[in-house]
Ligand binder design. Structure first.
Ligand code: AMP
Ligand code: GLY
Length: 428
């Protein structure tokens, strides 16, 4: 069968890499893809929200399954676009309907959903121009630090954590009345601050049945010891040592099952990945956020740990037969170290030649911000986050050491990576 994957990051390279190993797989197309996906399938120069050209590609290339990497097309309703089209209706698409993608598209929707289904999460109040005064009172009732979240998608920048009450009030006003994050912050969710350790849990669901994927932890800040600016993700590890059987049982009973039942009972059609961003406090999980897709850079650690035929699982999610399938994991650990452009997440240059990719040993380099220069045949940097270097090991420590040994051998002008991925989990 032929698959179309939408996206251009390390997550999409990992999806393509795994799908290519399936006995069911014929041709793979990636739109728009990068220099890495080019070696696995055919890159198509189509943007992920260009639904009309995606439709043309599905017809022209006889696509049997579409897998959506990032959230934008899902929140914009690509699932519904397919359902409403006479031709596309027969091509399964892995991702939720527009209404269900609101779990990621609106923090207020997600919090309200969790409240309706008694799913553990932080206490909150949603505020807009009509109840700003109530918002100020709610802030006063909380203790520092204060968490303010823009309701809509804000490219990962819409969450503020502020120590000072007066400043939190000023920021809340700026978000709502001065549209600090544009339309996304016309509504703001104020949350109780949770202390604990974060981890990411993923399921693939057909709307009734689900399989739980390997768990992971990502590292969002640019600097060592989780310092400095937020990024799209500087690395990840899988599994997470504190995510043991007892904790996972609580996650499944208190979070995964109520979420899937909740979606079903509200007729929110969901055939795809649910990403649970969790925090563990005293052994108990609470949901920090939902995403309606796989995580990035978590996917680069999680997908290599899936031993089962992944395409078979995706097809089953698309045609409601996931209940007949089990997922088998590779018992080894994985670690992913992201090589990024100097200056990222602020100003950085592109077009730097990447060398050393041929010297990799016991490692997979998933491409993200890369492009092939057709004239010189060189692979060049084409974004802030450039390459996700993933290695296996029989312990997290071994996986991390292997990933770092390979990261050192790949070069480009200005290359930077964090040297402490996994250290907080005892893997130094
Ligand atoms: P979100 O986009 O909702 O995942 O928030 C981004 C990051 O902010 C999370 O990964 C957490 O590190 C932090 N965060 C969000 N909400 C809370 C909360 N209620 N308490 C503590 N930290 C939070
Ligand atoms: N790694 C976090 C995300 O994909 O949103």
């Amino acid at each position: 069968m032929n698959t179309l994957i939408l996206g251009s990051g390390g997550r999409e390279h990992a999806l393509a890499w795994k799908i290519a190993q399936s006995k069911l797989s014929d041709r793979i197309f990636i739109a728009p893809g990068n220099a890495g996906t080019r070696n696995i399938g055919t890159n198509l120069p189509i943007g992920v929200t260009d639904f009309e050209h995606i439709k043309t590609a599905v017809i022209e290339h006889d696509i049997d399954l579409v897998v959506v990497g990032p959230e934008d097309p899902l929140v914009l309703g690509i699932y519904d676009y397919f359902q409403q089209d006479k031709i596309l209706r027969n091509t399964p698409i892995i991702g939720p309907s527009k209404a269900a993608a609101m779990l990621e598209g609106s923090k207020d929707f997600a919090k309200d959903f969790m409240k309706r289904h008694a799913i553990p999460t932080a206490a909150y109040l949603t505020v807009d121009a009509n109840n700003l005064a109530e918002g100020m009172q709610f802030l006063e009732s909380l203790s520092s630090p204060y968490v303010l979240k823009a309701d809509g998608l804000a490219q990962g920048k819409g969450v503020l954590i502020i120590n000072d009450l007066a400043q939190a009030k000023t920021e809340l006003t700026a978000m709502i009345t001065e549209a600090k994050f544009g339309e996304a912050s016309k509504k703001v969710v104020i949350e109780e601050f949770l202390t604990g350790i974060e981890c990411s849990v993923f399921v693939l669901t057909d709307g009734s049945n689900y399989v739980i994927l390997p768990d992971a932890k990502d590292y969002k800040r640019i600097g060592e010891g989780n310092s400095g600016l937020n990024t799209g993700g500087m690395g990840s590890v899988s599994p997470v040592p504190f995510v043991n059987k007892a904790f996972m049982k609580k996650v499944e009973d208190q979070i995964i099952i109520p979420t899937i039942h909740g979606l079903k009972s509200e007729n929110l059609v969901y055939k795809g990945f649910i990403f649970f961003g969790l925090i563990q406090e005293n052994g108990n999980p609470r949901v920090i956020e939902y995403n309606c897709r796989m995580g990035d850079p978590e996917a680069e650690s999680v997908i290599p740990r899936i031993q089962s035929d992944f395409l078979e699982l995706l097809v089953a999610a698309g045609n409601n037969t996931l209940g007949k399938h089990k997922i088998v994991f590779d018992e080894r650990c994985t670690a992913t170290v992201f090589l990024v452009s100097g200056g990222y997440p602020e100003k950085f240059e592109k077009g730097k030649v990447i060398t050393g990719l041929e010297n990799m040993n016991n490692c997979i380099a998933f491409h993200a911000g890369t492009a092939k220069d057709i004239e010189s045949n060189a692979v060049k940097t084409n974004g802030g986050r450039v390459l996700a270097v993933t290695s296996y090991g029989y312990s997290l420590r071994e996986a991390i050491n292997n990933a770092y040994a390979n990261a050192e051998n790949i070069h480009f002008d200005g290359r930077y990576y964090r040297s402490d991925i996994g250290f907080d989990l005892g893997a130094r």
